[in-house]
Design a protein around this ligand. Sequence first.
Ligand SMILES: Nc1ncnc2c1ncn2[C@@H]1O[C@H](COP(=O)(O)OP(=O)(O)OP(=O)(O)O)[C@@H](O)[C@H]1O
Ligand SMILES: [Mg+2]
Length: 322
Amino acid sequence: MTFPGAIAEQLLPDELDRVSLSFLVDGLEIRRGGVGANIALGLGRLGLAPVLVGAAGSDHAGYDALLRDGGVDTSGVLTVPDLLTARFLCTTDRDQNQIASFYPGAMTRAATIDLADVLARTGPARIVLVGPDDPEAMRVRTEECRAAGIPFAADPSQQLARLTGAEALDLVRGAEVLFTNAYERELLLQKTGLAADEVLRQVGSWVTTLGADGVRIERRGEPDVRTSPPPERLRADPTGVGDAFRAGYLAGTVWRLPTLVAARVGCLLATLALEAVGTQEYVLDPADFLRRLADAYGRDTADLVGPHLASVRVPEALPAGR
Ligand SMILES: Nc1ncnc2c1ncn2[C@@H]1O[C@H](COP(=O)(O)OP(=O)(O)OP(=O)(O)O)[C@@H](O)[C@H]1O
Ligand SMILES: [Mg+2]
């Protein structure tokens, strides 16, 4: 919601023991999101067959149908009938100050999901990304991957803030890929008290996204891989760029492309997300995608990606309200 005034002007310093505030807002937008759904939809748009694992509430049916339309297998989603799906509610004022609440709802039950059960239904997974979720669910999912020898990507993102160093390290140890942005990278080092090369020793590779500066990928004993984002057509909304990057990078990894090329697929998908308002509203037209890859990074990059997009259909216009 957007409040045209200043939130701070409504807070009376002498009355803070009995706050009763209501903002008359002039804008309300409802958008679908959730990091798991965002990443899964990105993978689906690139023609992969992602399985979404998480807990949703009794209000999930409409979203479930949209995800399945987008190529996402939702058979790993636990429906919790007595709770609602997690939701973030935010009021932003004219100075970009915010008052927000996060309702975790059904997410608090995510630890009860059994990954082995899910994979028995869907078939084996090439890689499992453990993203921000209920902290106990993140711990359990990581442990399930380690115990079953399933390659996993550690992506604690915003949940790093509430984890101890030992908890964070437990999510990272043995990961094929560790994802952080630049801030989360520093937070992880600070919380664990480890040096970067000590963390690097625990993972296959460490992908650090650097906002407009692109991405850096480290691997122990090898030179860093770095790339910049392609030129953007507009900057509409940066929400969800990190999720889109992950979808593109993971797709490139599953396609066994060189790390640099996977990073560029990630950067271009992130740019598509940056050019659209919302986290899932971007459209992926394969011909345009390959043209932009070639323009930004050269013909060779586009030629490596092209065969993998051969079966991706040009999307129709999205239904209104999506
Ligand atoms: N201003 C920008 N211009 C171009 N590309 C960008 C910009 N910001 C982000 N990106 C792209 O998105 C990727 C992820 O961005 P960033 O490092 O900001 O992640 P994040 O902070 O985790 O984002 P999120 O808010 O989605 O969690 C970058 O590696 C880059 O490819
Ligand atoms: Mg992020």
